[in-house]
Design a binder for this molecule. Structure first.
Ligand code: C5P
Length: 234
């Protein structure tokens, strides 16, 4: 994979007009975009179709979590417009249904979300009627990732801190898509577990998701160029 194919810019913006303006500013250098909850209800799906028509890759970060029949149909709908990546939660029934919905589509890859990065051990413990010190988050992340890959998922979403252990456990094939990437010296915002682009790639990430370091930069094209430069040097 070429370094430029590994960068995904998160379109976490308030309107399709803002997103289109950023996409124009970034030009041909950026080939993959992520559309999530903020933009999807505001015309984000139509934008995803336009991006596909323009030859870009589209990552729909919809984190599906529902009964199997609903997930399977939801994935089939996403398939119809040629999305490249889709997130689902790493519950066995959900992953299995998503894989069934993907079928033999070679374009669409299913990514499993293991433990959301804003969850503390105490948050996870409450869901299982356990105490926080009984929760081994890194082990839960690994177990859920292994389960998702066993069920046929194409990869996982993971911070750079988790990527190395996941790469060891999962082997070379699964995608590891890593958010929380910050160029050296950048504002980390609300991200808690950040890494530089080079560190994330060294840890085994196949793709990097970058939002605010590009979208909120005074010169987004220069910011994307610097990140791509760091990725190409790695
Ligand atoms: O602006 P920033 O670079 O922090 O954006 C990261 C993107 O990755 C956001 O769209 C965020 O929702 C997403 N993400 C994340 N952590 C996860 C999963 C997704 O930051 N565990």
């Amino acid at each position: 994979m070429k370094p430029d194919d590994r960068l995904i810019v998160a379109l976490d913006l308030p309107s399709v007009e803002d997103a289109e303006s950023l996409i124009t500013t970034l030009g041909p250098a950026v080939v993959s975009y992520k559309i999530g909850y903020q933009l999807a209800p505001l015309g984000g799906f139509e934008l995803a179709r336009l991006l596909k028509g323009a030859g870009k890759n589209v990552f729909l970060d919809l984190k599906y979590h529902d009964i199997g029949a609903t997930v399977e149909k939801g994935v089939q709908s996403v398939r119809q417009f040629g999305a490249n990546l889709l997130t689902v939660h790493s519950t066995p029934t959900v992953v299995r249904a998503a894989v069934a919905g993907r079928g033999d589509d070679a374009t669409l890859k299913i990514l499993a979300v293991t433990v959301l990065t804003d969850q503390s051990p105490a948050d996870v413990a409450r869901g299982f009627n356990l105490s926080a010190d009984e929760i081994d988050l890194p082990k839960i992340v690994l177990d859920r990732a292994r389960m998702a890959i066993d069920e046929g998922a194409d990869g996982v979403v993971a911070s750079a801190m988790e990527a190395a252990a996941l790469r060891d456990a999962l082997g070379p094939a699964p995608l590891i898509v890593t958010p929380g990437v910050r160029p050296a010296g950048a504002d980390i915002g609300d991200q808690k577990r950040v890494a530089t682009p080079a560190d994330a790639l060294r840890a085994g990430a196949s793709h990097l998701v970058v939002g605010r370091p590009i979208t909120a930069a005074s010169d987004p094209a220069a910011a994307a160029g610097a990140i791509l430069g760091e990725m190409r040097d790695e």
